[in-house]
Design a protein around this ligand. Structure first.
Ligand SMILES: [Fe+2]
Length: 172
């Protein structure tokens, strides 16, 4: 494919901030998929991705919450200009400010692959809800779709064990 795309990452992030959008897909092909994302102030879910993933902080800092195989929540801090490699299957939750921008690189999903989004109880850490998505096109912003389904349903947000409720954000 010629000409090959060249992207100014800082300008791509600034455009998101200016327009209020969250994601700009740079390209998506079978073996490479890249997008610039702006932080989400309300981000609370853990994404389980069937593809390996790298995240590079263009501007600002990311706190990447993730869950170990033992089920513990830990945090990796990724400074501006730094990058992290997240292998497929690790539940992870990228938390960064709306004026911070990250470059995310994955590969396009294969036909039988499913992405999962998990939310945990803020009080007792029990799994609250799982959303499953076939991510065939990142331009559809699957994270926003998962959030809308979760936060619009009080039952999904209510812990079956301790009855605590995850509060809905002021705006999605
Ligand atoms: Fe709970």
């Amino acid at each position: 494919m010629l000409p090959m795309p060249i992207v100014n990452l800082l300008e791509a992030g600034q455009e998101l901030a200016r327009t209020g959008r969250r994601v700009r897909v740079l390209w998506q092909h079978d073996d490479t998929l890249a997008f610039v994302a702006r932080g989400r102030e309300y981000r609370s879910e853990f994404h389980i991705n069937p593809s390996d993933e790298t995240m590079y902080m263009i501007k600002g800092e990311m706190r990447l919450h993730y869950r170990t195989p033992e089920g513990n929540e830990e945090i990796a801090v990724i400074a501006e200009g730094a990058m992290i490699y997240t292998p497929a299957g690790i539940p992870h939750s990228p938390r960064f400010a709306p004026d911070a921008f990250a470059l995310i690189s994955e590969r396009k999903r294969r036909p039988d692959e499913i992405d999962r989004f998990h939310w945990y109880c803020p009080k007792c850490d029990t799994l609250l809800h799982e959303e499953r998505f076939v991510v065939d096109d990142y331009r559809k912003d699957p994270v926003s779709a998962a959030y809308a389904r979760f936060f619009e349903c009080l039952e999904f947000r209510t812990c079956k064990r301790c009855r605590a409720v995850m509060p809905a954000p002021a705006a999605l």
